[in-house]
Write a protein that binds this ligand. Structure first.
Ligand SMILES: Nc1ncnc2c1ncn2[C@@H]1O[C@H](COP(=O)(O)OP(=O)(O)O)[C@@H](O)[C@H]1O
Ligand SMILES: [Mg+2]
Length: 392
């Protein structure tokens, strides 16, 4: 019985998992989930693409690393394979929680982990009545949000299941709030109602923290986080062109991260999360924004060679040589003065405000090969593969 990697498209993360498995001497089977027709009938099943029969491969796989990128496809893949008798990492019960920001926050809140004040109203902006007319709910929704959250401090509206900062809207006055509520429509990334959240004054960065557990071992939090930062937008996702830094984690944040992992894993034997957290820095900034902006511009210039290599197209058989170039470019970036300077600002800010950590999201299938591995120094493929192996 072996381990299989289920994926949609073979990209850097998936090729990185393959390469890591080779280095660890572990054989992986591959399941290109999107291309397979699953048939169920009379107590048996088949799994076939147009050119290949995957039924035996799936039968022979005991544990599946579920790396389908879209949340819906991942949830369906995990559920389907668990019904076929497989163990999955992460499990579909974990995927169900992480699919929704609200469900994630509910579990963290229940365990007493600090989260942003969050308000969920299961009502859509616009209702269609039986007579075909529309009922506008935006003013009522805005009133309810304003009752619970302080508008002057900022209210964020976020699609419950979105990623990459998509659909994230910040309002600072009533007009913006009404406009932003009108912008939210039921969709695959926002199935019901509206989720709003207090705006956390995190200054310019947030943290991505890796926590994981192998069967029969204690959970681990990697002591260095990936900090993502910039002043152009309140969203710090790397996808939006923000810069990346290694951030040292104080022990209280490590402990809270492990507690968060356990709260979301709900007793599963093996799991891995990339937690998103913010430090509520408020006005305790160690340098002023204008100075910081100049430093961040220099950092982005130093990052340019990395960005160029990241954007290069390469064939599957060129992955190893591309990866080598990528590693070198990150090493060069991390020894530049602007990088070091901003990294120190981040480390100092975290240490001074470590009691003000707030967790806002958990990613169950994080991207890791480029930023997290080369900046925070953890190859997530290793705990993933070892976690899968511990379930065999
Ligand atoms: N309550 C908040 N206060 C301040 N900034 C926030 C808040 N929620 C999200 N953000 C910013 O927006 C980014 C995206 O939000 P997040 O909830 O992580 O959704 P996703 O990454 O799935 O799009 C975060 O990385 C953070 O920088
Ligand atoms: Mg996020």
């Amino acid at each position: 019985m072996s381990i299989a990697l289920l994926y949609e498209r073979s990209e850097a993360d998936e090729m990185g998992i393959k390469l890591t498995a080779q280095k660890l001497g572990i054989e992986l089977a591959f399941i290109p989930f999107r291309k397979i027709a699953f048939s169920i009938f009379n107590n048996s099943y088949t799994a076939k693409t147009k050119g290949k029969n995957f039924t035996k491969i799936i039968e022979d796989s005991a544990v599946i690393l579920n790396r389908a990128q879209s949340k819906n496809r991942r949830l369906q893949a995990g559920y389907l394979l668990e019904i076929l008798g497989k163990k999955t990492v992460n499990s579909s019960s974990i995927e169900f929680i992480c699919y929704s920001k609200l469900r994630t926050l509910l579990h963290l809140w229940k365990e007493g982990i600090p989260i942003p004040k969050t308000v969920f109203i299961p009502c859509d902006t616009l209702d269609t009545l039986k007579n075909g007319k529309f009922l506008h709910n935006e003013k009522d929704l805005a009133d309810l949000f304003q009752e619970a959250l302080v508008l002057d401090e900022g209210i964020i509206i976020k699609p419950d299941s979105a990623t990459h900062g998509k659909g994230m809207l910040l309002s600072n006055n009533r007009e913006e709030l009404i406009f932003n509520i009108q912008e939210t429509k039921p969709s695959i990334i926002n199935p019901i109602g509206i989720v709003a959240q207090e705006f956390i004054k995190k200054w310019f960065f947030d943290l991505r923290i890796i926590v994981y557990k192998e069967k029969a071992k204690t959970p681990v939090c990697h002591p260095v986080a990936l900090a993502r930062g910039g002043l152009k937008d309140f969203r710090t996702n790397t996808y939006l062109g923000n810069a990346v830094f290694a951030a040292h984690l104080p022990s209280n944040i490590i402990n809270l991260s492990i507690k968060s992992g356990k709260a979301l894993a709900k007793g599963q034997e093996t799991w891995l999360f990339a937690l998103d957290g913010m430090i509520d820095i408020q006005d305790k900034k160690v340098i002023d924004d204008n100075q910081l902006r100049i430093e961040l511009e220099k950092v982005l210039t130093a990052f340019e060679p990395v960005r160029k290599i990241k954007a290069e197209k390469y064939r599957n058989n060129e992955f190893t040589s591309w990866n080598y170039k990528l590693e070198k470019s990150f090493q060069n970036y991390m020894i530049t003065k602007p990088y070091q300077k901003v990294k120190n600002i981040i480390d100092e800010s975290i240490e001074k405000n470590k009691e003000h950590i707030i967790f806002h999201e958990a990613n169950s299938c994080p991207e890791f090969w480029e930023h997290t591995r080369l900046i925070a120094g953890i190859n997530v493929a290793i705990p993933l593969i070892k976690g899968a192996k511990s379930l065999l």
